[in-house]
Design a binder for this molecule. Structure first.
Ligand SMILES: NC(=O)c1ccc[n+]([C@@H]2O[C@H](COP(=O)([O-])OP(=O)(O)OC[C@H]3O[C@@H](n4cnc5c(N)ncnc54)[C@H](O)[C@@H]3O)[C@@H](O)[C@H]2O)c1
Length: 247
């Protein structure tokens, strides 16, 4: 499905990013694994290589414009081109009522969850234009569509990521660039391990399907939408949410 493609994934040392990187590789792409956390990032590369895929690791702080540019340069130097970029790195701030959010927390969340996506896009588009186009997948959330108690900075960032995704389509579709925003509901990437049984049950039942998602239920879909069979889908928001937003 992705044979001959070169893909990069930010925040690929854990959780959804690791699953996306593995699913890209499983489907034939050569993958650049980017993260701020080196040892588990290199572990993602090891897992891909041991499964017969091709991957390389590059240390990247997604909140840095320069490091996003260096990441794209690394992908082109290492594998010759860039076809697919998944801007996945993100953090969730501690739950805080909006009027009590410290400015530092607001800026830190936005610097990774929004600036990081913008800096990624800014570096990725020129490289993709150089080889006739490409696909950008931005990691939004159900919280890019609705609010959630105490998560103001995150909700604001994810809504903006969906806006940026539409803007890529408007500005660059004619030049062969496609963008999709992905909207997972709650996925088991570790956060659920800290929950007590009651909170866990409440979170499960907030999804009409009655459970949280598995990382590969996102990774497999991201790999699919990154393939050329999705060529007429551009600027879209795609929920992967077990029906969460359908209530
Ligand atoms: N897990 C969910 O329920 C869920 C739901 C919707 C959206 N998302 C989004 O999916 C993305 C991944 O979430 P996750 O649950 O896999 O998180 P996670 O915490 O399991 O993994 C996040 C990864 O991003 C990396 N990272 C953090 N800051 C970084 C930075 N400045 N530069 C580069 N890498 C950085 C971390 O080291 C980690 O490897 C995030 O954007 C998150 O908002 C997650």
């Amino acid at each position: 499905m992705l044979n001959e493609k070169v893909a990069l994934v930010t925040g690929a040392a854990a959780g959804l990013g690791r699953s996306i990187a593995e699913c890209y590789a499983k489907n034939g792409a050569r993958v650049v694994v980017a993260d701020i956390n080196d040892e588990p990032g290199e572990e993602t590369v090891r897992r891909i290589t041991e499964a017969g895929g091709t991957a390389a690791y590059f240390h990247t702080d997604s909140s840095s414009e320069q490091e996003n540019a260096a990441l794209v340069a690394f992908a082109v130097d290492t594998f010759g081109r860039l076809d697919i970029a998944c801007n996945n790195a993100g953090i969730a701030p501690p739950s805080t009522p909006l009027a009590e959010v410290p400015t530092e927390l607001w800026r830190r969340t936005l610097s990774i969850d929004l600036d990081g996506v913008f800096f990624g896009i800014k570096a990725q588009i020129p490289a993709m234009l150089g080889n006739g186009g490409g696909t950008i997948v931005n990691m939004a959330s159900i919280l890019g569509q609705v609010g959630f108690l105490g998560l103001g900075p995150y909700v604001a960032a994810k809504h903006a990521v969906i806006g940026l995704t539409k803007q890529i389509a408007v500005d660059y579709a004619a030049q062969g660039i496609r963008a999709i925003a992905i909207g997972p509901a709650f996925i088991k990437t570790g956060l659920e391990k800290a929950l007590d049984p009651d909170s866990r049950a409440a979170l499960d039942s907030s999804h009409p399907v009655g459970r949280m998602g598995e990382p590969d239920e996102v990774g497999e879909v991201v790999a699919a939408v990154s393939s050329d069979t999705w060529s007429f889908v551009n600027g879209a928001y795609l929920p992967i949410d077990g029906g969460y937003l359908s209530r």
